[in-house]
Design a protein around this ligand. Sequence first.
Ligand code: TXA
Ligand code: MG
Length: 348
Amino acid sequence: MCYNTFTGDYMAKYIDLRKEYKKENLQEAANYIKNGKLVLFPTETVYGIGADGLNAEAVKNIFLAKGRNSDNPLILHVSDFKMVDKIACALTPLEKTLMKNFFPGPLTIVLKRKSIVPDQVTANLDTVGVRMPENKIAHDLIALANTPIAAPSANISGRPSGTNISDIFDELKDKVDYIIDGGETKVGLESTVIRVINNEIHILRPGKITYDDLKKYANVVIPTHILSQVNPNEKILSPGMKYKHYAPNTKCILVYSENKEKMLHKMQELETTNTLVITNKINMPYFKNSISYGSSLEEISHNIFKILRSVDKGNYDLVIIEGVKAEGLGLAIMNRLIRACSHNYIEL
Ligand code: TXA
Ligand code: MG
């Protein structure tokens, strides 16, 4: 951390790699990781708050920085398959095939863990979430630190995940030791989290790697809570799904129908003098006060967390969000939007 002579505050060291990036630029941040410090870094999905994943004390500090419940396990980020072997064991042929095809990329696989992984990372589970990011900065940081990096999404627990530094700077500048600015993240939603059970792929959190992408390799199971509230009696494989997530402070309502006219009519009915409507470019003229979240599923996924973070600035009574078909990448978008709206969802 640095001492700011103007404000008297402690704040993180900052490095700007948006325009020019050389691997050597990351050596200092890698040393911070090796020394048990917290480093904010980009991945292709969202930013992460990283620490040495084999250092229990450093990992504890991630939970403190985020205000995260200790029963919610962290993902370990690796840069090569040797690191996977260090932390996970008893890989099945299907798990190996999935890693071969989707690593590096926006997929996390929950594997049987080795004892070298601290209990703090796994929340005492006998499994560990493993991901190999394809973002160059993330990859090189892990390789230079030469240790798996434990990293949750960069946000205070419950807030939308950070997809660029300016959105999260104020929230996290005095909670981490080092900030790497790599510009906007490509995907914008967190990785797909899966677990293989009895040779079937269970989607614990949907993301950019979709049902159809995975279905080529085995039967794929989507639990009902992906699009609804977790039932307290349901045995849940992904602890993170229990928690409030992505929600702005302003009340939000999500509306969707396959019948566009019906959907627009309902949204217009809900619109008052002090509402904001989040929709696509084509539908904007139907509303008094609207912004566009993009037109394709890729654009929506890229923009949605930034938009959710911005709505509180407007002092609106209500935010009305147009839903998308929960298919392909749309499943991940609806999973996040339903939670952002605290399950305030009208499907017609
Ligand atoms: O794209 C991403 O996955 C980002 C970037 C930084 O890599 N990370 C991220 O981490 O989203 P986090 O901690 O915000 O979300 C991880 C999710 C949580 O829902 C957690 O419960 C689940 O993965 N998870 C982690 N380890 C698990 C395990 N062993 N078993 C089941 N679920 C696990
Ligand atoms: Mg998160």
